[in-house]
Design a protein around this ligand. Sequence first.
Ligand SMILES: NC(=O)c1ccc[n+]([C@@H]2O[C@H](COP(=O)([O-])OP(=O)(O)OC[C@H]3O[C@@H](n4cnc5c(N)ncnc54)[C@H](OP(=O)(O)O)[C@@H]3O)[C@@H](O)[C@H]2O)c1
Length: 343
Amino acid sequence: MAPAQYTRYVLNERPGRGPVNPRTFRKEVVPFDLKPGKGEILVQVLYLSLDPANRTWLNDARNYMEPVKIGETMRAGALGRVIQVGEGTKFAPGDLVNGTMGWTEYIIVPSKGYQKIVIPTGAELIDFLGPLGMNGLTAYFGLFNVGQIKAGETLVVSAAAGATGSIVCQLGKMVGAKVIAIAGADDKCQWLENELGVDKAINYKSPTFHADFKKAVGYFDVYFDNVGGDILNFALTRMKKHARIAFCGSISDYNATPKGLTNYMNIISQSAKLEGFIVFDYASQYSSALKDLTKWVSEGKLKRKFHLVQGLENASEALGLLFNGGNTGKLVVQVAPVDNAKL
Ligand SMILES: NC(=O)c1ccc[n+]([C@@H]2O[C@H](COP(=O)([O-])OP(=O)(O)OC[C@H]3O[C@@H](n4cnc5c(N)ncnc54)[C@H](OP(=O)(O)O)[C@@H]3O)[C@@H](O)[C@H]2O)c1
């Protein structure tokens, strides 16, 4: 039976330069009047992906995607179950789907552009928000296409215990690189060394961080940077000739006013390359990358951790975990029980 109403969270007020706060989002409980039209599907949201980029979508500024509008349901990558289909879609009720949805219990989306999930051997549904989803693809294209990593090279990875970084570290080891991971807590460093097999993990909050970096890395070939800011500025002094920086993210500045890079002239003296990218740039190559990622997950070669938060009402507060290091692995909000996702 259809519910009489459902809950969604809309953007109430832009947070300016600071972090998301209790006024940023507004809860709305609205009548359930959702009926998919031609080419559309009605989806019950099961799992929401929380991503640092969610914060950047709240700024009224030029970005790779339109900003979320005031009064609009907060956008998010998500996994859901198709409840009802409009005419002419490739989906059937009960199908699991992956794609852009929002902070809502139910949503109508155009079926085009949404992928039907078939869970491979050795994987589970939530992996489609991890190694088999956007973070896996970001790690893959950032390291192989942008970073051009090769066996025997030295790879440095920041936010290494997070969703993207933890996959980059493992891909780096798989191709035979020496991998130095950077994270903000000793228990994260232990997980990276003992479970994910990096050569060394160093804590950027330690007063000896710069000395630790010099000792562990020497000079690097590839830096997969998720963080930007001070760590990137320091890393610019530790590049080998022809080093590559795959500039994936700059989370240290998403809630702040960037200070700028004072060491950038090393890019010239070391004939180095700093290249930004957005995973969507590689959309035409997703299917071949997913073949590799699926194979590695099925073979047990890619370990992953999920930090699961229960309840849509906790999404706003949980977003803060990405910025204070509260998550290890992929941060996900569970909106509905997976086995019970039906009207
Ligand atoms: N270019 C793309 O297409 C693309 C796609 C996906 C993600 N990204 C970017 O990749 C980065 C990682 O995203 P994710 O989804 O994988 O998140 P995540 O790594 O799972 O979580 C973010 C982590 O960043 C670290 N962090 C937060 N503030 C920091 C600071 N001031 N200095 C250093 N580290 C800090 C925290 O770990 P610690 O405890 O180690 O501090 C936190 O756990 C983000 O910058 C994101 O925007 C880019």
